[in-house]
Design a protein around this ligand. Structure first.
Ligand code: ACO
Length: 428
């Protein structure tokens, strides 16, 4: 293959280098396009063809259904690693030794107390507030209680900020849940593992001892690993672009939480369950909803189906589907919603509308069914996604700052009014 691309505009030829990644992906490097052509830009709405950075964190091949963190397959990590090991891997680049993992956990636990005054902010929210709005606000509020900026040139400073957010974020997640449930706010238990602690902080009743359920711990651990990173998706790009202005880590992550909230992104897990519930209430007629999804005059979409990058099975969906069966089985739950989900999937996989558009179940199609089996309320699903995505956001923010990326600032094609004279108000 040639090592350059040639662009011809008005009979003038411009050359741009091709760059090849470690997995042989090829990009055209257009970083000097405007300077070479005297101000011509590209237009790529939704960034469908545009790489925003070079990254060594996550590789995915949407055609083949491959997902790897730092070179390790998602299947192997979900089976063999725990969430903290995966977090360490994503952020620092290598799987930790036992000593490194234990130290990481100890340092996180040492930072797992949040300022009591944060409770006053939480108290001010109405119970009806969506947990994602509350979580984003509380995360942003952390900046006020931890005002010192991170010196990104100091590994030690970076590390401190990372263990701080890893320690405090689960407390915010648990408090968001407890506030909504009317339960007293609770701190974690330093003797527990990271995931066990999350479950206890969320579900402990004030008048009884909390008993850990290994099935729930393992299921949540797996779900968090599967959600931990997914290269330059909407929320991650948000974290990187906010951080590119040199805004701090907590502020960047708070922005990422807001981006994740939308139903086309992380909010899809809530939307899937609400859709499955609606289908059940409507008599379970999956064919009717398949027809609605295909009708261009109907805004209904089959939530949990389709993906910007995967044009094959989302490998995370395969793992989650299997886990959903196992978890519900272990917990002795028979959920008719799981049957509706499987029915929809079967129909979609043989329907030409979905086949032609390469629409397959994504990570969110089955995750809500597990969350529901675990007793997590529907509007907390996206919060659980955020908890899993936290190490990915941190890793991407850290990489962006260490690579000294410039401030993110896209161009546009202006299509508004050309210059016109101002009209006094009584002449308009
Ligand atoms: N149901 C019905 N039709 C769909 C669906 C769906 N879920 N998804 C895509 N399509 C159709 C579109 O209508 C379009 O059809 P057309 O070519 O006839 O106009 C075609 O498939 C391509 O869809 P786009 O919206 O252009 O694809 P895009 O890459 O922009 O969107 C997205 C991807 C947002 C994920 C989309 O598939 C969708 O809305 N899915 C449902 C929401 C969802 O599950 N989101 C979670 C994604 S995973 C995550 O973020 C964690």
């Amino acid at each position: 293959m040639s090592d350059k691309a040639i662009l011809e505009i008005n009979a003038q030829k411009y050359e741009f280098p091709l760059k090849t990644g470690t997995e042989n992906e090829v990009v055209v490097d257009i970083s000097n396009l405007r300077s070479l052509t005297g101000g011509i830009s590209t237009l790529d709405s939704g960034f469908k063809n545009t790489g925003s950075c070079e990254s060594a964190i996550t590789f995915l091949d949407g055609e083949k259904g491959i997902l790897r963190y730092r070179g390790y397959s998602i299947e192997e990590l979900a089976e063999k690693a725990d969430f903290l090991e995966v977090a360490f891997l994503l952020i620092f680049g290598e799987l930790p030794t036992r000593e490194q993992r234990d130290k990481f956990h100890t340092d996180i636990k040492a930072q797992s107390v949040v300022d009591e005054d944060l409770k006053k902010i939480l108290e001010a929210f109405p119970k009806s507030a969506h947990p994602m709005g509350v979580l984003s606000s509380l995360t942003s509020a952390l900046t006020a209680f931890n005002p010192s900026s991170v010196n990104v040139n100091s590994e030690e400073d970076m590390y401190k900020a990372i263990v701080k957010i890893m320690g405090k974020f689960p407390v915010l997640v648990a408090w968001t849940h407890r506030k909504k449930q009317g339960l007293p706010l609770d701190y974690g238990d330093k003797s527990l593992g990271y995931v066990e602690n999350v479950l206890k902080m969320m579900f402990r009743q004030p008048n009884e001892e909390y008993v850990q359920n290994k099935v729930l711990v393992d299921a949540l651990d797996k779900l968090l690993i599967l959600h931990a990173d997914h290269e330059q998706n909407c929320s991650t790009s948000t974290v990187r672009i906010v951080g590119s202005s040199h805004a701090g880590l907590f502020a960047s992550i708070s922005a990422g939480i807001s981006a994740l909230w939308g139903p086309l992104h992380g909010g899809a897990n809530q939307a899937v369950l609400e859709m499955l519930e609606a289908i059940k209430l409507d008599g379970g007629d999956t064919k009717k909803y398949m027809a609605k999804a295909k009708d261009k005059d109907d805004p209904f979409r089959l939530m949990g189906f389709g993906h910007r990058v995967y044009k094959n099975f989302d490998p995370r969906a395969r793992i989650i589907k299997k886990a959903a069966d196992e978890v519900l089985d272990d917990l002795g739950i028979e959920d008719p919603i799981l049957d509706i989900a499987k029915g929809l999937e079967q129909e979609a996989l043989k329907d030409s509308y979905f086949v032609d558009r390469k629409l397959y179940p994504n990570v969110d199609f089955y995750s809500g069914i597990i969350y529901r089996g675990m007793g997590i309320p529907t509007d907390m699903f996206t919060v659980m996604f955020a908890l899993g995505r936290l190490p990915g956001w941190i890793a991407q923010w850290r990489e962006m700052r260490l690579n000294k990326e410039p401030i993110g600032r896209p161009r546009q094609l202006y299509v508004g009014a050309t210059e016109r004279p101002f009209l006094e108000i009584d002449k308009r």
